[in-house]
Design a protein around this ligand. Structure first.
Ligand SMILES: [Zn+2]
Length: 320
């Protein structure tokens, strides 16, 4: 029997119960950070899973999957507990803002595990890590391409150097069922990397894009979380995975060197070779001002689809 109550911020779920509420903190000047949280506390012993979505507020399939999971999971079948935050960046969702929190212009996925005395986004990250990730044995962060991004679904995990954590993160990624997996060694303040650095096996999963709430991507996330819960004994059964995954070790990002009009010459999912022409850039008079050659050989996993590009904006990423 699992007889432990789970408390997350101001809400508590007794064993065998579901609790819904908000995780909030005062950020000064009369402002409050507030995110929805659902705790599904099982009756039997088992692991604690943290599941978040909406770190980027316009990545809708992940948010929708988290909302549905929060209503679908029943304490009677859960062993351990599942803590779900279906929308981390509430202001970004409300204002349909890409990449960043519109209140401070900061990307949540670059400042984890946060800072209690930092900007609003850093305080939000700290609030999440202190109350949710710190209590979790495993962590899954649901994403999809942002409003101006197309992508092939993939799963990221961080190779922290702690073998036990890394093996479990990899197993989590494989159980999720998305057939492209990237194990990376760069820490960029991302959710999954910060969690792994704390000793928590973690993945970040990408399905969806371009501001569309589509059912296949939503289902990919729902199936993925259920599979991950099964894999580590939080739900009965075994993961149902269609195909063995392909593992990539490098995620080669390309960013814009100048403000421009951007014309990608590839589509998402396309295989490119090092040196291939992958984009052209013009000025606002249509005059060509540059072109981009692929720095790597592999599939285009992620592609910005907006022509409006500023210096240093990401353009695409290639798996290698
Ligand atoms: Zn994202």
């Amino acid at each position: 029997m699992f007889t432990k109550s789970m408390t997350v911020g101001e809400i508590t779920a007794a064993p065998g119960q579901v609790a819904r509420g908000f995780l909030s903190t005062d950020v000064g000047r009369g402002a409050t950070v507030r995110m929805p949280v659902v705790v599904i506390n099982g009756k039997a012993d088992g692991p604690v899973f943290g599941v978040t979505a909406g770190v980027h507020g316009a990545e809708y399939p992940g948010i929708e999957a988290a909302i549905r999971l929060s209503r679908m999971l029943k304490p009677a079948e859960v062993r351990g507990a599942v803590i779900i935050v279906p929308l981390v960046s509430v202001p970004a969702f409300q204002r349909r803002a890409i990449y960043v929190n519109p209140l401070d212009g900061i990307n949540f996925n670059r400042v984890c595990p946060g800072n209690p005395t930092g900007t609003i986004t850093e305080i939000t990250a700290h609030l999440l890590f202190k109350n949710v990730i710190a209590q979790a044995d495993y962590y899954i962060d649901l994403h999809g391409g942002d409003m101006i991004e197309a992508l092939v679904p993939f799963t990221l995990y961080y190779k922290s150097g702690y073998q036990k954590v890394d093996d479990a993160s990899k197993a989590l990624a494989e159980a999720y069922g998305i057939p492209i997996i990237l194990g990376t060694t760069t820490l960029r303040g991302g959710t999954y990397g910060a969690a792994a650095a704390m000793g928590k096996p973690a993945i970040l999963t990408e399905a969806g894009g371009q501001g569309i709430l589509d059912e296949p991507s939503t289902q990919t996330h729902i199936d993925g979380v259920l599979n991950a819960l099964r894999r580590f004994g939080c739900l009965p059964g075994t993961p149902v995975v269609a195909a063995p995954p392909t593992h990539y070790t490098k995620f080669v990002w390309v960013a814009a060197e100048q403000d421009c009009v951007y014309y990608p010459r590839v589509v998402v999912g396309q295989q490119v070779r090092e040196g291939d022409l992958i984009a052209d850039f013009t000025d606002l008079f249509g005059e060509k001002i540059g072109e981009l050659r692929s720095p790597a050989t592999g599939p285009v996993l992620f592609l910005v689809t907006s022509p409006a590009i500023n210096k240093n904006d990401p353009l695409m990423a290639i798996g290698s």
